[in-house]
Design a protein around this ligand. Structure first.
Ligand code: HEC
Length: 250
């Protein structure tokens, strides 16, 4: 019988295809009462439900996540795994391992810090578009101005005493300013633990903003760069254009 061949997930995911069959089953089994609220809306409907998370749990998962699959996965897992536990579907339909490619500023190219990419992807599911944009605008600003890392793990894998300010959301800039200040090589256990701790910091800060938003307390303070410079960019042009900032075509 068809009803046995189709899992609930198939029915939900194939909503269009199985509409007629689905309606039949709904009639047989007593309508939509079988489905949770989130399922009834379907995973295609964004944002997914959010409940406030415990930042200590988030930090722990993100830190351990770095040692499993690095920064992008670390932050995404710190946010999404607690939501998988708390809320279940649709979060459980998303294997977080699929978000690991941001590692090393995207497979080692040192562009955007992978932890921020992990936050970007997670926020895309969790926050409404406008809120996600504002939170990320705050996040990139915070990331550049903060002395990082902040988090101290219960069982550190290496000693990290030095903090640094990156003045940039770029992996290569952030990592190497820390390496220079600490006198540690990229391949050192200390640099790795620095990135693992920073991964926890980014996950925690993202969740702090999300928790504030859930409480109706989140306030955005930053303008978006294109509104200020007529081009996409980080704010401090002089960080890279040290002698003269070239003019933007308007
Ligand atoms: C992370 C480093 C970085 C930052 C920060 C940055 N730029 Fe650039 N920008 C570059 C690089 C690298 C180039 C390419 C330069 C080249 O090819 O000679 C460039 C090119 C440009 C160009 C094209 C013309 C040229 O001389 O190459 C303009 C215009 C420009 N930047 C404007 C800005 C402005 C305005 C800001 C701040 C709002 C800014 N940039 C911030 C790195 C940066």
């Amino acid at each position: 019988m068809l009803k046995e061949k189709l899992s609930r997930r198939d029915i939900i995911l194939g909503a269009g295809k199985f509409a007629v069959v689905g309606a039949g089953i709904a009639a047989v089994s007593g309508g939509l009462s079988l489905f949770s609220k989130a399922e009834a809306k379907g995973p295609q409907t964004l944002p997914w439900p959010y409940e406030k998370l415990d930042t200590e749990e988030v930090a722990r998962i993100a830190y351990d996540g770095w040692y499993k699959a690095f920064c992008s996965y670390g932050v995404a897992s710190g946010i999404l795994i607690p939501l998988q536990k708390k809320i279940g579907e649709p979060y459980t339909m998303l294997p977080v391992e699929g978000l690991r490619l941001g590692e090393g500023g995207i497979v080692g190219w040192g562009t955007i810090c992978g932890s921020l990419l992990g936050a970007t992807v997670a926020l895309g599911f969790v926050a409404p578009y406008d809120v996600g944009k504002q939170i990320l605008n705050e996040m990139l600003n915070w990331y550049g101005n903060e002395k990082l890392p902040i988090f101290t793990p219960e069982k550190p894998k290496a000693e990290v005493k030095v903090t640094s300010i990156s003045n940039s959301p770029l992996c290569h800039v952030s990592v190497n300013k820390w390496c220079q200040k600490a006198g540690k090589a990229f391949g050192s256990p200390e640099r790795k633990d620095r990135c693992a701790r920073l991964t926890a910091d980014v996950a925690v800060q993202t969740v702090k903003f999300l928790n504030d938003w859930k409480d109706g307390k989140f306030k955005s303070t930053q303008k978006f760069p294109p509104a200020m410079y007529a081009t996409t960019s980080q704010h401090n042009c002089g960080e890279c254009h040290t002698s003269k900032v070239p003019e933007v075509i308007r």
